[in-house]
Design a protein around this ligand. Structure first.
Ligand SMILES: C[S@@+](CC[C@H](N)C(=O)[O-])C[C@H]1O[C@@H](n2cnc3c(N)ncnc32)[C@H](O)[C@@H]1O
Length: 226
């Protein structure tokens, strides 16, 4: 994956507020120049999920949303849940924004930030009931595996942000990474192996669709916080 260019950083304010020069619109307002991208005005202040969305509903978070097909479909299927899609590349975030706005999704918001940072510092404790991590960068070379998102620290952070009974849903095409995911959660006493509902696994991500088209098999798992 190409990392975000430094010049792109900080350039994701909603056009409605950036252009008006006036006070920010009320929560949930979606004007003609609206965006679903939440402007992180400070990376030190924790997010208040209830202020991100027009309705206070159960929160799910997708980490590394890519082009956002999963996020948009999932949000559309579950208007009674709020979905926060996290992606570090601005170009991809903007794609999701366009798709989400076209679909008129009030329950989808986007944020540009590193996933681990969001889990550690920005999401309140026990604020989410599901984390979706689909086809995270596999870092197949042994010397790069330390960069993988799903590691022992991730399980601790998932425990931090998930409410009791909340679940982590994982998918990958990389067998070695899948084994690492399984080992990480097997070693974490706060989680039990769980099931992925058929309705959820039926929503394919963009990468997954490519893998399926090429005949590449994929793996998935779910873990539930005790
Ligand atoms: C292999 S793609 C998968 C995208 C999508 N989940 C899918 O299945 O189509 C991984 C995505 O995660 C993003 N990403 C990688 N590391 C990230 C991180 N630490 N925080 C946020 N996004 C990240 C990448 O920019 C990329 O869009």
């Amino acid at each position: 994956m190409t990392p975000a260019r430094p010049t792109e950083r900080g350039d994701c304010r909603p056009s409605a507020t950036a252009d008006s020069g006036g006070p920010p619109p009320p929560s949930g307002f979606l004007g003609p120049q609206a965006t679903l991208i939440h402007p992180l005005t400070s990376i030190l202040e924790p997010l208040e999920p209830t202020k991100l969305f027009p309705r206070p509903q159960p929160l799910e978070v997708e980490l590394g949303s890519g082009d956002g097909s999963f996020a948009v479909q999932h949000a559309r299927l579950h208007p009674g849940r709020n979905l926060l899609a996290v992606e570090r590349l601005l170009g991809r975030l903007r794609k999701i924004d366009r798709k989400g706005l076209r679909a008129g999704l009030a329950n989808l918001r986007l944020v540009r930030i590193e996933s681990s940072y969001l889990l550690e510092y920005l999401l309140p404790r026990e604020s989410a009931f599901a984390l979706h991590v689909y086809f995270p960068d596999p870092w197949p070379k042994r010397k790069h595996r330390k960069n993988r998102l799903i590691n022992a620290r991730f399980a601790e952070l998932a425990h931090r942000v998930l409410m009791p009974g909340g679940r982590v849903y994982l998918r990958t095409d990389d067998e070695d990474y899948f084994a690492q995911m399984a080992a990480v959660f097997a070693a974490e006493p706060h989680f039990l192996q769980s099931e992925t509902p058929a309705e959820l696994s039926g929503i394919l991500t963009d990468f997954e669709r490519d893998f399926v088209a090429k005949g590449v098999s994929t793996l998935g798992a779910a873990y539930q916080r005790r």
